[in-house]
Unconditional design. Sequence first.
Length: 395
Amino acid sequence: MAILSAVGSAQGLDGREAGAQAARAALDQLGGIPVQFGLVLASSKYRMHSVLNGVASLLGNTPLFGFSTIGFISPKTDSDQRASPHRQVMVLLLAGQDFQARADWFPAVAETSPAILRKSISELDPGLNMNDLLLIASDGMHGDAVELCEAIGAGRFPLVGLLASGDVLLNETSQLGGASAGSGGLAAAWLSGGFEVSLGSAHGWVAAGPNLLITHVRGQAVRTLDDLPAAEAYAGILGATVQQWTQPPLNRLVRAYPLGLELDNGKDLEMLLPVRFEADGSLRMHSSPTEGRLAYLMTGSAEACLQAVATAAERALAHLKSARPLVALIFADQAYAYLLDGELDQLTRPVQALLGEEVPLIGGCTLGHLHRPFAGAVPEFHQGEVLVAVLAERG
């Protein structure tokens, strides 16, 4: 085997200690084989610098990439008591000789113009080919996700892009790249070697309410639907008061009631998941919706979540031939944590059924994904999905 993978997990009040323990748990599985790359998922309750220091205390200068999340996706075991599910670190390590990686972190991406961001990314492009992988993690609370896709631009190499998640009340997410970490930035990692990556995604949302016309947009906020304040429109359909929708917990749980926009093909829907309801009753989004578009109010369910991850896994595995799966990455929209009442380990079962329990799994909640629809295309921003990425060693 040229490439080995291992996943470690730890919980605790201190981010540095949890990071070090998770890295140690993964290292112990590798038997001293040199580690080439580390993926770090950390609770949004931690300061990412502390987590980075803990992981780096064992891994040294190993290229690291990671981001904050409100929920972790991993198989539940009999010994896993989930004593502190909101303070956890998970670490994936890839080791071996037939593999290379590098990573970096760029600050204040949300405040950077698209032109400058495009220039920065182009200067850092190492000339990836179709067998390499670019990982991106950006701030899920700030910045325009569509502009980020345009800044990354066209390319033939696979891309897995994620918007980091966090507590909407704190209005902050974190990213980690190389030897740096912080909030409001962009982490990037380039992986190359004797592996390939296969992606699959799906969503389980269904239209469950009347049509709503997007009548007023300001920046990334939908201010009115059918000429009513957005919170008033939701209250009229779903119940509760306008005040309740603009305060916790409903101002964040509104993500479980997205809008679906019809596409030109008349079959699929473009999903728009709110970040939150603002105090003024407007819906804060990840990009600027177009006024005059007709939207459906959408709902989901636990059953739909499980079907979505099963479909995504099937699509990912359909592209693998003789390659040996090394690890499966499962990233689900933060709304799925609400629909599954926090029991995110359920999302691993359909993937394990297809891959087998011997293949490590790691994942977490995000606020959206970026991936290419086909080689040579500009990335697209997708919300409300489950994304399954299978890294496999070429035969």
